[in-house]
Design a protein around this ligand. Structure first.
Ligand code: ZN
Length: 355
């Protein structure tokens, strides 16, 4: 049927954004090369009922044609966008005067999901937010051999983990995303806080240029990265919102002086305790990288009052890790070890779980 679409631009980087109703994209990857004015093309599901195409341009551009044209009768429609280079000041004016009517929901990271995901009336038990990294238009890393996408790996693992956590008495775990949908980093934090999470676990499986590095890493937040590897990884993770074409507006400023207030300091102590418990639980069972406890400025770990860890389960750039990450047996075994870590975390920090 005839597609409805809206067109927007963002500056830094220069992007042309096409929002559509929920769309099943059937692009042939080989046909979808970013050429000419464009350096990158991504597409995927954004929020409820919204899909998006994000095209990054080398230079300031403007769509001179943007319309839906009818194909031969009975052959559907095609969306035609034709762009040309414009002067920087013209592009700046274009960005400044546009409105995002109807799309603030996804653009600002405040979606209807938050309304519907309101707190349950009675929270019984220790609530844990399990956050499957990436999703929708942000596919994350790609497997070295199978080309499996990180967003798929993290969601499968997150589901296995939630199921296992919920088998534990006094624990209530939930997913920040249930399907292949994009959620901004700050929204993940908001969802966790709205549902009164007492622990936040973000799951990832990224890639590194050094293909021989393998094993799990556990991260906590810090304004200063523990090392180069952590710093680079946090930098790439924090790009997620940019990939989706979101302009970061009312985000808190840079993650600096993160440990100044007492709540943060207390939260941080709990985060580190949880991270240590995961490493202890993995030791001898699951491969860990050298110095598996690391820290960096991950935006997704920024809740001041929810102890948070980011768990790199392994690296999709390493073929052996890739094999394990996509193996349901390994996923279940590893999820069991995280459950064990949560148990000992609760015990060691004297937290009383619910009924
Ligand atoms: Zn990731």
């Amino acid at each position: 049927r005839k597609p409805q679409f809206s067109l927007h631009y963002t500056a830094r980087p220069t992007r042309l954004i096409i929002d559509l109703d929920k769309t099943a994209f059937g692009f042939d990857e080989k046909e979808l090369a970013a050429i000419g004015l464009f350096s990158d093309i991504r597409y995927g599901q954004m929020g409820e009922g919204v899909s998006r195409i994000v095209m990054t341009a080398h230079r300031p551009i403007k769509a001179v044609i943007a319309e839906v044209q009818a194909n031969d009768p009975g052959k559907g429609f095609r969306l035609v966008i034709e762009s040309e280079v414009v002067a920087s000041q013209d592009f700046a004016a274009l960005v400044a005067k546009q409105t995002w009517a109807g799309t603030e929901k996804i653009a600002g990271g405040k979606t209807d999901r938050l309304g519907t995901a309101a707190k349950p009336a009675v929270t019984s038990g220790f609530v844990i937010a399990v956050d499957a990294g990436h999703g929708g238009i942000d596919a994350g890393a790609k497997g070295a051999v199978s080309k499996v996408e990180e967003k798929t790996v993290t969601l499968a693992f997150a589901k296995a983990l939630v199921e296992r956590l919920n088998r534990q008495k006094g624990i209530q775990a939930f997913l920040t995303r249930q399907d292949d949908t994009f959620i901004s980093l700050s929204e993940r934090v908001v969802i966790a806080r709205q549902r009164d999470a007492k622990l936040f676990i973000s799951l990832h499986a990224d890639t590194l240029r050094q293909k021989d590095i393998r094993g799990a890493t556990v991260y906590t937040i810090s304004d200063k990265a523990s090392d180069k590897l952590a710093e680079g990884l946090a930098e790439r993770e924090n790009l997620s919102d940019g990939i989706a074409g979101i302009e970061i507006k009312d985000e808190p400023a840079e993650i600096t002086d993160i440990l100044i207030d007492l709540t943060r300091r207390e939260t941080q102590a709990f985060s580190i305790q949880m991270a240590e418990n995961v490493v202890r639980s993995f030791k001898g069972q699951i491969d860990l990288i050298n110095n598996p406890l690391r820290h960096a400025g991950f935006r997704v770990l920024q809740a001041a009052d929810v102890p948070s860890i980011l768990l790199e389960l392994g690296f999709l750039s390493n073929p052996q890790d890739e094999k394990l990450l996509t193996d349901p047996d390994w996923q279940n075994r590893t999820a069991d070890l995280i459950v064990k870590a949560v148990d000992s975390y609760l015990e060691s920090s004297g937290i009383v779980r619910g009924g």
